[in-house]
Design a protein around this ligand. Structure first.
Ligand code: KG4
Length: 335
């Protein structure tokens, strides 16, 4: 089954052709350069750029796969969660395409597709496993009971881990996208010295909280500037990265032990973080847990992962008609 998939949930307009877990083409038109001027994603600009790019990106995905529209068997699209205006561009384009071609339309949840990025890189990976999903808008620990069956066992009470990285980077005047730059600069520091709080959540054993850490960073940066001092940027980046990774790793491993999982996958944009990757590998190694990551090019938003998840959604009866709507928020276990 050859699927043309579309992703437009944030600032990448992406299309891909996949067959099962195999990627026949994967095109990503990024808007990063434009949003960089504003230090973050401007939703209205994102929607407009998706509208301009989407036809050409789909045509390129087909061409790279050596196909025409007639050669595909289904159209898949990210419909939730994400920036509503941005999602609507992909959803409406996909609906029109599926209708005109007379092919099935498969709606795909964005976080499910981030998990599916692992299936591309790791052919042997199959459910059940535990997944740490860390992106710019979400931080979730989910049981992947089957390809389309999920159960949330922990999540953030406030900010996502990626947001904490992005806001810290912004306060330090680092280049957008902040998480990537922060990770690179943190690696230049030889220690973590700032007395920042260790994030902690009362109750919810596997929940996260990053807003206190983010506020502490803002206060530290502002107080230092008011006193005429300068922040040691690499050391502050290293401290924040270490605090965030501590909480992500501790909660995930505790959950794996409590729920008896011997396989963990990490997914989402923050799964590209170098400290998270290396420390998780080390800790999982000690516990005899097998750890999976997507290849770096599939960590961020892309449409190949949408097509691979769609391949599993379709036999589960998850198709839509032209009444499909986008949703800005939707839990991963919505169905
Ligand atoms: O999954 P993603 O591409 O988009 C969402 O669906 O949110 O994730 C984007 C997030 C941003 O917060 C970005 O700063 C973060 O992933 N990110 C990183 C790294 N690469 C991307 N955060 C930390 N270290 C990285 N290497």
């Amino acid at each position: 089954m050859k699927i043309l998939s579309i992703e437009s949930s944030c600032d990448e307009t992406a299309a891909a052709v996949t067959e099962g877990r195999k990627v026949l083409s994967n095109i990503v038109a990024t808007q990063i350069a434009e949003h960089r001027i504003y230090g973050g994603v401007v939703p209205e600009i994102a929607s407009r750029r998706h509208t301009e790019a989407i036809s050409a990106v789909c045509a390129e995905a087909l061409e790279k796969a050596g196909l025409t529209y007639d050669g595909i068997d289904a159209v898949a699209v990210t419909f939730a969660p994400g920036l509503i205006g941005a999602l609507l561009v992909g959803v409406n384009f996909a609906k029109g395409l599926a209708l005109s071609l007379g092919k099935p339309l498969i709606p795909v949840h964005h976080l499910r597709s981030h998990i599916a990025a692992n299936y591309i890189t790791n052919p042997e990976l199959k459910p059940p496993f535990l997944c740490l999903l860390v992106s710019g808008g979400n931080t979730v620990i989910a049981e992947v009971k089957d390809y389309t069956k999920f159960s949330i066992i922990g999540g953030t009470r406030d900010d996502a881990a990626g947001e904490c990285f992005d806001k810290t980077a912004r306060a330090l005047g680092l280049e957008y996208p902040g998480g990537v730059t922060l990770d690179r600069i943190a690696t230049q520091a030889d220690r973590e010295k700032y007395p920042l709080p260790h994030p902690h959540v009362s109750g919810g054993e596997f929940d996260f909280s990053f807003s206190g850490l983010k506020t502490a960073v803002m206060n530290l940066v502002n107080n230092t500037a008011q006193k005429g001092g300068t922040v040691d940027v690499p050391v502050l980046c290293a401290t924040v990265r270490q605090r965030v990774c501590d909480m992500l790793i501790d909660n995930t491993l505790k959950a794996a032990l409590k729920y008896g999982y011997k396989t963990i996958a990490v997914a989402g944009g923050v799964s590209a973080n170098s400290e998270l990757r290396s420390r998780m590998s080390e800790e999982c190694g000690k516990l005899g847990i097998t750890l999976y990551y997507p290849e770096l090019k599939y960590c961020g938003d892309n449409a190949a992962m949408v097509g691979v998840q769609a391949y599993y959604e379709f036999p589960d009866g998850n198709t839509a008609d032209s009444s499909l709507n986008a949703a800005a928020t939707l839990p991963i276990d919505y169905r």
